[in-house]
Every structure is written in C-alpha cells, then in structure tokens.
Design a protein around this ligand. Structure first.
Ligand SMILES: [Zn+2]
Length: 281
C-alpha cells in the first residue's frame, strides 16, 4: 500500500497544477473583510419591528455573496456569519491577521424620538468628528465595547461616552485615509444615484473598529432604524438587496482602480528594469 502513496500524491499535484494552468483555480489576490456590526447579546439600535444587528448581517451576507459569485479572485472573510457577539477589537484582528486589502463595516443609524423622520444613508471613515452630531454617531457605535467585561483594560481606559476620550483621534496619522475616503465617496454615489436613497454624505469620526484595522476601511450606516418607513425598507428583500448591490458596485469600481494603479506601477518598474539592463550591456 505504502508504495501507492507517492503515486497518488503525484496525481494530486499534477491535477492541481493542471487546474491552475487552465485557470479553474484562480489565485485570490484581493482580500475583503465584511463586518456585520453588533450581534448576539448586543442588538445595536432597535426600531419598532427589528434590531440593527439583523439588518446589518442580512446586507453583509448579500454583499459577500455578490462578491463570491462574481469575483473568484477575491477572498471574502466575514467577522460573523450568524447572530454572534464578537468583541470590537477581535473584528479588527480578523482583518489584520488576514492581511486584508479592505475592511467594510455595516451598521444602521438611529436618532432619538423627535428626530424619527430623518432618513438616508451615510458612509464614514476614520478621523476627527467635525460636529457634535458626528461625534454622537461614533459614541453610539463605540459603546458596544461596554458589552465586553474587560473593556477598560482592552481599550486602554477608553470611555466611549466621554468626549475627552476622543482626543486620541486628533493626533492620529492614518496612511489609508485617502483610499478610505475615496471608497466612501463611491459608496455614497451608488446609494444616491442607483439605490435612490437620501444622500447623507461622507463623514469622519473616531470609530474604534476602524482605528484598530490596518487597511483602508469604511463604516456604512445603511439608513435609520428610528424612521419607521426606512426601517421597513431596511428589513425588506428589495431594500437589503438594493443596498448590497450598491456597495458591491462601489467595491468593484474601487478594486478595478486599484488594479489599474498596480499594473501601471508594475509596468513602470519593468520599463525601468529593461532600461537599466540595456544601459549595462
Ligand atoms: Zn451599529
């Protein structure tokens, strides 16, 4: 029996190389992490008929499915695929360990009672909040760490509800800022133009989950669960699929631009190398 093992191994390797050669297995060269906000005993914001965690997960899974079905060269990693509580720093860790190219966090917005008519989608990147309203969004999303028992040690004394804690975002260097803002702009363009949602713009605020992840990243607020009409839309098949389609189209545009940029850099290097070779001859 033992003498058959090298023979079988040889066949397996042969088959693998044949598949790669014919393009049946394409190398996954781009890694995207899709993060459905909240989960488990953290429901996120609540509306009249639903919890934020379920809306986020539904759109996240639809987005991942679109990418997996249409982009075999992209590896999709979810921070959660079911109703599970995942600590905030662990979400970023998943992306960092995977050396992801992109981090997309999906959330749903909410405002207190008297502002329940406000609706629309917004996309956020890491930065210093320019208004109290923007700071409130970051405070609400960062408050999830209060569900973690050891949050004071895990987040170095950061208090998500205290404005003073946000001073750390003032002196922060973010080398991914321009790429993150660009993707956020593409997402908002899709939400507005093709999804026909109210455009609430691209903003910056101090989100812990974006601060802890080492790649370009955005945090999407799909709409307002506090607006009963929008809550219905967010929970509908049409609404969740339309929003997932919009994010997917923005993702495709971003990825194509990245590839174009990478090819032109590679071409420049090749040209430079051939010039150097010719000069040395
Ligand atoms: Zn949220």
């Amino acid at each position: 029996m033992k003498r058959f093992i090298p023979y079988i191994t040889g066949i397996c390797f042969g088959l693998l190389f044949t598949l790669i050669g014919t393009g049946s297995i394409e190398a996954q060269t781009f890694v995207v992490v899709i993060d459905a906000g909240h989960g488990g005993h953290d429901p996120g914001a609540s509306g009249k008929i639903s919890h934020e965690k379920d809306i986020n997960l539904n759109v996240a899974l639809r987005l991942g499915k679109l990418i997996r079905n249409n982009c075999p060269e992209v590896k999709v990693i979810y921070t959660r695929e079911k109703d599970l509580f995942i600590p905030l720093d662990q979400r970023a860790e998943i992306a960092n360990n995977a050396r992801a190219d992109l981090f997309i966090s999906i959330h749903t917005n909410s405002l207190p009672g008297d502002q329940s008519r406000i609706s629309g989608a917004s996309t956020w990147t890491l930065g210093l909040a320019k208004s109290d309203e923007n700071l409130e969004v970051a405070k609400r999303e960062n408050a999830v760490i209060l569900y973690e028992k050891d949050y004071q040690t895990r987040y170095a004394g950061f208090n998500p509800n205290s404005s003073e804690s946000y001073i750390i975002f003032e002196f922060m260097q973010d080398k991914n800022m321009s790429q993150s803002v660009h993707l956020a702009t593409l997402v908002q363009k899709e939400f507005h133009q093709t999804c026909r949602r109210t455009d609430r713009g691209v903003h910056q605020a101090g989100f812990l989950v974006l601060k802890a992840s080492a790649m370009p990243g955005i945090l999407i607020e799909l709409g307002f669960i506090s607006n009963p009409e929008e809550e219905k839309y967010l929970n509908s098949e049409k609404g969740s699929q339309t929003l997932a389609n919009g994010i997917y189209r923005a993702f495709l545009t971003y990825k194509k631009e990245q590839e174009k940029r990478r090819h032109s850099i590679e071409e420049d290097i090749n040209n430079q190398t051939s010039i150097n070779v010719n000069n040395s001859n």
